[in-house]
Design a protein around this ligand. Structure first.
Ligand code: FAD
Length: 436
């Protein structure tokens, strides 16, 4: 029988859910007491080297809603979530000593900032504290695929076909409530937007992402999109849309901070298929989740290369960083009205469709030849669904330094004619500008 540790700590990062959480299950099955902790690290709110706040108000609001939900859901399981407005490095030693923590469980991350924070914490603690970091953000777990991540295929189609043939998606994990004695008597308060230095704001009425953060809202959305409206059944036809709540799943913000897992979505698609029907659309959502995995494997394989100007392709171009053109793009004042409409949507809501993202990124990097990392950093700041792997992977891809060796430029005019033929989308976002 496995020996029980006394007190374990779960260091939550981008796995902010209580169900289907391998980290949580591992801690619970090996410890007499479990405490959760989340750090709102000052680094997350700093201005980056391009002059953008690392996290703008849209994602901060979503994150705070997520933490409130997580705290409540953990409480139902009789687990306390402590939330600190400080770095893990500063607080961890104190927490470990106060609660006599012997083991720390966390989701394994591998990008630069997460590694630094992890190593800083390790250095600050006594060597007797044991760490268990566990991969839990994939659809296809790295231990279940028939290649080492260092041998991840260069081309998506090869990656997808190999996984579809040779890998399986793990079953879901159910987490049961624990003994009430688990709860700590002391707790911490989750800060507000204002506490973090942001103004309160109303969600723009035109936003196609008016949803709350947290696993409960994620599941409401899934119920609605799959079972109530059966929008999943037409996803392949609608996914390139620009207007409305249901042209695509809108799962990405919850996926990005781990309020929902890719496995939960996958097994609900399977449930939908067994209750109703399977077609190209139900398959296509899985196809898109494999893209998400692909960019995670790409960043595992190439580590910090994904942040470099020549990308993983090590392809050199002449890049400009002309501030005037960057500003025009950000504020929706370029010569192209489709780009402008999309950039205004992002600025006012923290959201942009996939079709929009491809066009504005191509315009930025390929037409204006602006350093793609500036565009990626602006997306990082603004997007509710920012995810390091998907963002940098897609930006490299569109900019010709990633997994697509073809040097392609989007014809933004043609794209607008095709996807916004009645001008409705552009009107919605450009009109408000005329009256400002
Ligand atoms: P759906 O169409 O419903 O797709 C379902 C899920 O599949 C998404 O939630 C997402 O997890 C995954 N997915 C779909 N398309 C992609 C893709 N191209 N790459 C990776 N995963 C995909 N996505 C992010 O989650 N975070 C980012 O920071 C991000 N930055 C991007 C930057 C650029 C320049 C581009 C072109 C794309 C970026 N994407 C990013 C991918 C994609 O645009 C979004 O995942 C998608 O628009 C989210 O909407 P949805 O959840 O309704 O997607």
């Amino acid at each position: 029988m496995q020996q029980q540790q006394d007190t374990s700590l779960i260091w939550f990062r981008n796995d902010l859910r209580t169900q289907d959480n391998t980290v949580l299950l591992s801690a619970l099955s090996t410890s007499k007491q479990v405490i959760g902790v989340y750090f709102l690290e000052p680094n997350q709110f700093k201005i980056n080297k391009y002059g953008f706040k690392k996290m703008e108000k849209y994602r901060v609001k979503f994150l705070l809603e997520t933490l409130n939900c997580l705290q409540q859901e953990l409480h139902k399981l009789n687990i306390t979530l402590l939330v600190y407005q400080d770095s893990a490095k500063e607080q961890m030693k104190h927490i470990v000593e106060t609660y006599n923590v012997s083991t720390i469980y966390l989701q394994k991350e591998w990008t630069d900032e997460e590694n630094t924070s992890f190593n800083d914490v390790k250095d600050s603690l006594n060597e007797t504290v044991i760490f268990h970091d566990i991969y839990d953000q994939f659809l296809f777990h790295p231990e279940d695929v028939p290649f080492h991540f260092k041998d991840t295929p260069k081309v998506f189609t090869q990656f997808r076909k190999t996984l579809e043939k040779k890998a399986i998606v793990r079953n879901l994990i159910k987490i049961q409530p624990q003994s009430a004695t688990y709860l700590l008597k002391t707790t911490t308060k989750i800060p507000t937007l204002r506490d973090l230095g942001y103004e309160d704001f109303e969600v723009d009425k035109r936003s196609v992402f008016p949803f709350l953060g947290g696993e409960n809202a994620a599941f409401q959305r899934l119920e609605h999109y799959f079972f109530e409206t059966k929008s999943l059944g037409v996803y392949k036809k609608t996914r390139n849309g620009l207007l409305g709540l249901n042209y695509s799943s809108k799962f990405s913000p919850w996926l990005a901070n781990g309020s929902i897992s890719a496995r939960q979505i996958y097994w609900n698609i399977k449930e939908f298929e067994s209750q109703f029907f399977s077609n190209q659309s139900t398959y296509w959502l899985i196809f898109e989740l494999i893209w998400r995995d692909f960019f995670k494997y790409v960043s595992l394989k190439h580590a910090n290369e994904i942040f470099k100007i020549d990308g993983i392709l090590k392809q050199q171009y002449q890049w400009s960083d002309h501030q005037k053109y960057v500003d025009e793009w950000i504020h929706g004042e370029t010569s192209d009205d489709f780009v402008n409409a999309n950039m205004l949507e992002l600025k006012n809501t923290g959201w942009m469709s996939n079709r929009g993202r491809q066009n504005v990124a191509s315009f930025f990097a390929k037409t204006q030849k602006l350093d793609w990392r500036i565009g990626a950093a602006y997306f990082e700041s603004m997007l509710i669904d920012y995810d390091v792997h998907s963002n940098y992977g897609n930006w490299m891809y569109v900019s010709g330094v990633g997994n697509d060796p073809r040097d392609r430029v989007f014809n933004v005019k043609l794209q607008a004619e095709r996807y916004d033929s009645n001008n409705k989308y552009r009107k919605q976002w450009l009109q408000s500008k005329l009256f400002k």
